[in-house]
Design a binder for this molecule. Structure first.
Ligand code: HEC
Length: 150
């Protein structure tokens, strides 16, 4: 009887070790893309810089996001999505944005769109916001040129 119990304990130990190794494997699989993300801006977006996708994204944005993020993502109840870290060359990548849209921000009004939108639709919205960010930036620099003229 006692021998049996020891065998079971040893078996359990082995199972735990295997589980720990599997966990490590899962963590490094997740860390891989996160590390890759640090490098590029829009390499993950299959529609990056596509005018067609941006047009579709604009439509989708006004239906799904505008109530909170305001016209063209300029910010309202939810934060702006086209300047600063979201602006051209800003720290936030397309993939960062994709993850927020798909996963939402638990505990805030920013819900998950993983079931409401297809993956393509989420990328189209991002393409629209990125194009809008460029437009906002070029308008801002035009405005400051005007300032220096007057
Ligand atoms: C019901 C209101 C609501 C809707 C609809 C909504 N959002 Fe949000 N969103 C928020 C709020 C509020 C936050 C800020 C959450 C927080 O406190 O971190 C947010 C945060 C975000 C952020 C992170 C911004 C940052 O600087 O931290 C992104 C990106 C975003 N939303 C994109 C979208 C997109 C794209 C859509 C449409 C597909 C959308 N949201 C729809 C309310 C909304």
């Amino acid at each position: 009887m006692q021998g049996n119990g020891m065998q079971t304990a040893a078996g359990l130990h082995r199972v735990r070790r295997v589980a720990a190794v599997l966990c490590l494997a899962a963590i490094s699989a997740l860390a891989g893309p996160a590390l890759a993300e640090a490098g590029g801006a829009d390499e993950d977006n299959p529609f990056a810089n596509s005018k067609d996708a941006a047009d579709k994204g604009e439509e989708l944005f006004s239906r799904n996001c505008q109530p909170c993020h305001n016209t063209r993502g300029k910010g309202g109840k939810g934060p702006q999505l086209v300047r600063g870290a979201w602006g051209p060359g800003g720290a936030n990548t397309d993939l960062t944005m994709y993850r927020i849209i798909a996963g939402g921000r638990p505990g805030t009004e920013m819900g998950s769109f993983a079931t409401g939108l297809t993956s393509d639709e989420m990328w189209q919205i991002i393409t629209f916001l990125r194009a809008e960010a460029k437009r906002v930036k070029s308008e801002a620099s035009k405005a400051s040129e005007d300032d220096t003229l007057w």
